[in-house]
Design a binder for this molecule. Structure first.
Ligand code: GLC
Length: 751
């Protein structure tokens, strides 16, 4: 169809449709005017054109899974494919867009999606790293930056935020999420959605968010990706679902189904998840897309006998769009003709897709995101690099700093050792998407040399990341002997976490442990910096080095940020959002565990018949919420406005925090609550509030929290969601081991 007929149809639509109502802020509801425009367009569409809008194919520009078919450009021109992912740049998206707009009968524009997980080209730290900043404002700003860059490169839609709760570090995809805790997961999900979508999707510096992976993907058995998930509805609703719901309440317009089955029903064919919960309970009116070929995978899951069967199951469960599988394209027409899928079901799916294209404004201006000038200005701008730097500096977690090994004095002789010290690619982590190693201006080594002076810094790789080759040990040891201090930069390769990257052994890979032991045996102060996408089992190393700094994969400006922390230009403030186990045998281990009927008391080590191990303590190596600073923060004077919280009221809790050290710094003040007795067993504590506060050295700050009945609700014995009268303990401190406490009672709850 040529442009003239497209314009005629648009004029026709514009004439018979009211003007668009502005979208309500933060709602997940399409503006009123748009649904009328969608319905009018739907009436013009043939069955084949409708099916085309439910099809999402990868471009060849980037590939993020097994490619099942070629020829997406032909499918675009024939109207069989209405959406493309893994294509970007203003120029390339314009090329594909022209095919859709100018070569199909109705000229409906393509939706362009991509995995902009932690930045588009200006990569921030991986998402698990960002979560360790506990800085919601900065997390939102980082997502905003990613959205601006992605939109400038022709993209309308990011497959983020990933909000899967991660409590098993064997699962490589914990690297993409926000850790183990629902409360923090909720807050970070909201911040990321707001960052991506802004206040108005008609703003061409915004992109559609996609909440993934619905649902409970992080609970894959044995920490093995794509594996089965089985859990009680209470655990599902209390731990795994809240972050998805929070993202939708924050206005997320799309949801991605997960690969796993949940209680025997694959998410992509699970109407309990996609209709009962998502649509009926949560009121979601956006669009549901599958994960990569997830409809096809209903066959190996064993719930569909063939592709036709799989397509019917997915459509009837509430899936609107088929990512890369080609099943909707190949089988929906027949399914409609056979009456196995109702036309109304297909129309609903198409409505959900078209509504997004109207909301983005691309129905009226298909090329508004294809602006090469804007792309040049936005990509890797100084402002974006500064945001990435700030996030990297705030996400690193200082886990140990004995003998004031850190910060390093600029005149100290330093031996830098390790296979990750001079790597650009590893700084970017997994899911780098459009990020390029050549965008990295300084590795950690480069930045150390810049801070310490080349005359004071030597470097030797020492070993590979993951081989048994010890040939580099001798040179590393020689250089360490000549130095005042050793900085080792070790850890996992970027590809050892992320999708389909699970490990059963979470130690430092290869011969890194041996090298660390040989270097620490020299008796020099050793600072161990490590890159990782997960919680690792590093007890031996943590005991033998003087300082330990977890930098995750710190992004395109991570080299500079890490070196600035090492040399004291930045004071680390990150806190773990995943528990670090002592060994893999403790997994799953998380702070909000249940007490059991035989809780082990470490002060009574001889107690038998208690919930404990024979060979390792119950406690983790490093707890959730843990992270040090170069300064010290003292907590005192917890006060509570009333020791009784009457249902419907609130109480104020405050604590004084003093910076008693020698550096200005930021502290994440955390508030946990223990529900002592309830109709079901409750965790020993749950995060119910946190504030990241800047306190200059010598100053004291009062930090206040408001507690109300909402904070105390849970799924009671009868599975109703609400609070119960009873006694509660509040703990406030710098991590989940907080012991400063105060009690209160809740009364007057109407059951
Ligand atoms: C992958 C991932 C998903 C991603 C999608 C598109 O398999 O599971 O998170 O968004 O495919 O790349």
């Amino acid at each position: 169809m040529n442009r003239l007929s497209y314009l005629f149809i648009l004029m026709l639509l514009a004439v018979i449709m009211p003007s668009e109502a502005k979208k309500k802020k933060g709602s997940s509801v399409a503006p009123k005017g748009i649904s009328e425009r969608v319905d009018s367009l739907l009436q013009l569409m043939t069955l084949e054109e409708k099916i085309g809008q439910t099809v999402l194919f990868t471009s060849r520009w980037d590939v993020t899974g097994p490619v099942l078919r070629d020829g997406e450009e032909d499918a675009i021109k024939s109207g069989q494919c209405g959406n493309i992912f893994n294509a970007h740049t203003a120029e390339y998206t314009r090329k594909l867009q022209k095919m859709a707009v100018e070569e199909t009968r109705l000229g409906i524009p393509l939706l362009f999606g991509y995995d902009v997980i932690h930045g588009h080209q200006t990569l921030a730290p991986i998402s698990l790293g960002e979560s360790a900043s506990w800085d919601l404002e900065l997390i939102e700003k980082s997502a905003r930056m990613a959205a601006r860059e992605a939109a400038a490169c022709g993209l309308h839609w990011t497959f983020a935020p990933m909000v899967d709760i991660g409590r098993d570090p064997r699962w490589g995809r914990v690297s993409e999420g926000a850790g183990e805790d629902p409360y923090l997961g909720i807050e970070i999900a909201k911040a990321r959605v707001k960052g991506f979508q802004g206040d108005d999707l008609a703003d061409k510096e915004t992109v559609l968010a996609c909440v993934k992976h619905m649902a409970a993907y992080g609970a894959a058995q044995a920490g093995r990706d794509y594996n089965s998930v089985d859990m009680s509805e209470r655990v599902l609703r209390e731990t795994y679902l809240p972050a998805y719901k929070a993202a939708i309440d924050a206005g997320a317009r799309t949801v991605m189904t997960s690969f796993n089955d949940l209680d025997g029903v694959p998410a992509t064919a699970n109407s309990f998840l996609l209709k009962d919960i998502l649509r009926d309970e949560w009121g979601f009116d956006g669009m549901v897309v599958t994960d990569y070929t997830a409809i096809n995978e209903l066959i190996p899951h064993g719930v569909a006998k063939d592709e036709y069967d799989a397509g019917v199951l997915a459509m009837k469960a509430g899936v609107d769009m088929d990512m890369e599988g080609g099943i909707y394209m190949d089988h929906l027409k027949k399914a409609i003709e056979n009456g196995d899928v109702a036309m109304e079901e297909l129309d609903n799916a198409v409505r959900n897709v078209l509504a997004l294209k109207f909301e983005l404004g691309i129905m009226d201006d298909p090329y508004r995101y294809c602006d090469e000038e804007r792309e040049k200005e936005e990509v890797l701008s100084a402002q974006n690099r500064e945001t990435a730097y700030q996030m990297a500096a705030k996400s690193c977690v200082l886990l140990k700093n004995d003998n004031s090994a850190l910060p390093i004095n600029a005149n100290e002789k330093v031996a830098v050792i390790g296979p990750l010290a001079n790597s650009k690619r590893d700084l970017l982590g997994s899911w780098k998407a459009a990020g390029k190693p050549q965008s990295v201006q300084a590795t950690i080594l480069d930045a150390i040399i810049k801070n310490g002076g080349s005359e004071n810094v030597t470097f030797s790789k020492g070993c590979d990341i993951n081989t048994d080759n010890k040939a580099g040990f001798a040179k590393a040891i020689e250089q360490a002997k000549k130095a005042d201090k050793v900085i080792m930069v070790m850890g996992e390769k970027w590809s050892m976490s992320g999708e389909a990257a699970c490990r059963t052994n979470l130690d430092f890979p290869g011969v890194q442990p041996e090298l660390i032991q040989e270097i620490t045996a020299l008796g020099k102060p050793v600072v161990l910096v490590f890159m990782t996408g997960r919680a690792m089992t590093i007890q031996k190393e943590s005991e033998s080095v003087d300082a330990l700094l977890n930098v995750w994969y710190p992004g395109v400006e991570g080299g500079r940020a890490v070196a600035d922390i090492l040399y004291g230009k930045e004071n680390p403030s990150g806190k773990l959002t995943m528990t670090f186990p002592r060994n893999v045998g403790q997994i799953p281990i998380f702070y909000s565990y249940k007490r059991t009927g035989r809780p082990f008391d470490p002060s009574k080590p001889k107690d038998t018949y208690k919930s404990r191990y024979l060979d390792v303590q119950n406690t983790p190596l490093f707890p959730f919420g843990y992270g040090l600073s170069y300064t010290q923060f003292e907590y005192s004077d917890i006060t509570i406005s009333n020791s009784e919280l009457v249902s419907g009221n609130s109480i104020e809790v405050s604590v004084s925090v003093t910076n008693s050290g020698n550096y200005d710094g930021e502290e994440v003040v955390q508030l946990y609550i223990w529900d002592q007795v309830a109709s079901v067993t409750r965790p020993v504590k749950e995060l119910k509030g946190f504030k990241k506060v800047k306190i200059n050295k010598g100053d004291t700050q009062k930090v206040n929290f408001t507690i109300n009945e909402e904070d105390l609700k849970f799924y009671r014995k009868d599975m109703t969601f609400g609070a119960e009268d009873g006694q509660f303990t509040i703990y406030i401190g710098s991590d989940s081991d907080a012991s400063n406490s105060v009690e209160f009672s809740l009364t007057g709850v109407k059951l």
